[in-house]
Design a protein around this ligand. Structure first.
Ligand code: GSH
Length: 208
């Protein structure tokens, strides 16, 4: 079988989710640290976003599409269920993760907390406005994982791998840690899934 190549910088949460899936399945892959908007990424993703994937003649963009391909094209455990309800629930939580969790945790809280004009300082009003929405996301995820310890069914699926890097990033911030700590099932879930070798083994190198 041709080599699987994942292209994208290791700091990207979506790149990490795909790498976690490969680790969980035991699929060998090469990580090419291509940046967003680089010519090689734009040759595959029309919007220049990472991750993108190459496998022989197959190229794909968008993390969920890449995850589906890897889950189905390679042997090993399945992390996107075959049954219609399990499959639909994975779709549901991946969508929620990408539309709500990514927006409120990453785009409206983490990114403006870390990247700002040094002369002006962070946009504290924008960051504060994101916190109630971050809380809503955490409550929704807490309710979802409370019965089984996972978002879908009794074991890990790609739905978990999609949100875990974002939740782990949230814990790097005192205000984020405080919100997660309010939710017992969510706290246990994050701590359990971030202890798995698929997460610890895909940690990005320390930033310079
Ligand atoms: N919907 C995309 C989102 C990917 C995404 O947001 N990637 C970020 C890095 S985590 C990116 O490439 N940002 C740079 C840009 O949008 O130009 C997916 O699921 O693959």
């Amino acid at each position: 079988m041709a080599d699987l190549e994942i292209m994208g910088v290791p700091f990207s949460n979506y790149v990490r989710s795909i790498r976690m899936l490969c680790e969980e399945k035991g699929v060998a892959y090469k990580l090419t640290p291509s940046r967003p908007q680089s010519p090689e990424v734009k040759a595959i993703h029309p919007a220049g976003q990472i991750p993108v994937m190459r496998h022989g003649d197959v190229t794909l963009f968008e993390s969920k599409a890449i995850a589906t391909y890897i889950d189905r094209a390679f042997p090993g455990l399945r992390f996107i269920p075959e049954d219609v309800l399990g499959l639909s629930r994975v779709e549901q939580w991946v969508s929620y993760g990408n539309v709500k969790v990514d927006r409120w945790i990453m785009r409206e809280f983490v990114v403006p907390s870390v990247f700002f004009d040094k002369a002006k300082g962070p946009d504290t009003a924008r960051i504060a406005a994101a916190l109630p929405e971050v809380d809503k996301c955490c409550k929704a995820l807490d309710d979802a994982v409370a019965p089984t310890g996972h978002l879908v069914g009794a074991g890990p699926t790609y739905a978990d791998m999609n949100v875990i890097p974002m939740l782990a990033t949230l814990l790097n911030f005192p205000a984020g840690k405080e919100i997660v700590a309010k939710y017992g099932a969510l706290s246990a879930y994050v701590s359990r899934l971030t202890s798995r070798p698929s997460f610890t083994g895909t940690a990005p190198p320390p930033r310079p």
